[in-house]
Ligand binder design. Structure first.
Ligand SMILES: NC(=O)CC(=O)C(=O)O
Length: 332
């Protein structure tokens, strides 16, 4: 009996080929190999201080060789529903209305680096979003990702948080050529990023003292197998929300995953887990830190992705006759 196995139909529309990173060394970024800087920042109620502090950390990371610098989820404001409306900025209105993103634009061009600007509360009309902006080496806004999966959790006595009280969910996956925190918990999103050709998934994420020890590392390592790219290449922005299905994701996606958390402040209303990390395409931990403020500098080599996908050719082994991933927005 002939088999109905059609690997090319495992994804609808079919997966894009992994883009080849440019090898032209005259282009400062992106390159095949480059250094990433993950700035695990302390965040205070003083917004002006948070902006200056983030700027200094980005400059330090760039001076240490980072060509791509990632900030944490909600780095200009305390992570709380009371704070989001107060600290929110109108990103589209620009400079004075958004001092946090104005700083990111300025420092990206000054240091000639790409910045995945963690996230800040964004005001747009009468709505608030948890939004990540990506700036290129020319200081231009390359992408704006609004957290798609709002973090609503209720584990009595441990952690209760309802982002949906104040925030509205974004509607679109973002590939920059770059998700936010709770987005990391959704394996389908990671698979879509991978099938659209991403090499690196970036998740600015503020896990807490309950979900951190339970899921943080597990989700990142699981995700790593699935995502994709920076640079011609796609850098996917996902705001943290990793889940137990990550193992599937890791094996499935074969990508780099970078997470960046705020540093832990035991006195804050929401206590962040810390442990910002870079994970490689086999789920290996390349670099990580504890919970204090820190800047991680680590190397990413995109040529490893092709090699890993040859070692373990998951894309060719998918059973399109039994299950399929449907990327609804791309299909439409
Ligand atoms: N900030 C978040 O979205 C936190 C999260 O996802 C978690 O699991 O903790």
């Amino acid at each position: 009996m002939s088999s109905a196995f059609k690997p090319e139909q495992a994804r609808i529309p079919p997966a894009l080929a992994l883009p080849t990173p440019p090898l032209n060394k005259a282009i400062s970024f992106p390159l095949f190999t480059f250094k990433i800087g993950l700035c695990q920042l302390t965040v205070t109620p003083d917004k002006e201080r948070n902006i200056k502090h983030a700027r200094k950390a980005i400059e330090d990371a760039a001076q240490k060789g980072a060509q791509l610098v990632v900030l944490p989820e909600i780095w200009n404001s305390p992570y709380s529903n009371d704070s989001f409306p107060v600290y929110a900025e109108d990103i589209d209105a620009g400079h004075d209305a958004s001092p946090s993103t104005a700083m990111l634009a300025e420092v990206s061009v000054q240091m000639k680096i790409v910045i995945v600007g963690g996230s800040i509360p964004e005001r747009c009309g009468d709505k608030l979003y948890n939004t990540c902006c990506v700036f290129g080496t020319d200081g231009k806004l390359k992408a704006k990702h609004r957290k798609i999966h709002l973090f609503d959790i209720d584990i009595p006595g441990k952690i209760t948080f309802t982002e949906s009280k104040t925030l509205t969910a974004g509607e679109t996956p973002t590939i920059v050529d770059t998700g936010i925190c709770h987005d990391i918990s959704f394996q389908e999103l990671a698979m879509i990023y991978a099938s659209r050709g991403a090499h690196l998934l970036c998740y600015p994420g503020a896990f807490n003292m309950t979900t951190g020890p339970l899921h943080w590392e597990l989700l990142q390592r699981a995700s790593s197998f699935g995502l994709a790219s920076i640079n011609g290449l796609f850098l996917v922005l996902v705001l943290a929300g990793l889940t137990s299905t990550l193992l599937v994701r890791a094996v499935d996606n074969q990508l780099y995953v970078a997470t960046c958390s705020p540093a832990r402040d035991a006195g804050a209303g929401y206590v962040a887990w810390g442990h910002s990390t870079l994970v490689g395409p086999f789920g290996e931990m390349i670099a990580t830190t504890e919970h204090d403020e820190d800047i991680i500098i680590a190397e990413i080599d995109y040529s490893v992705l092709e090699q890993r996908r040859t070692n373990l050719p998951l894309p060719k082994q998918r059973r399109g006759d039994l299950y399929r991933l449907i990327d609804i927005q791309r299909r439409e």
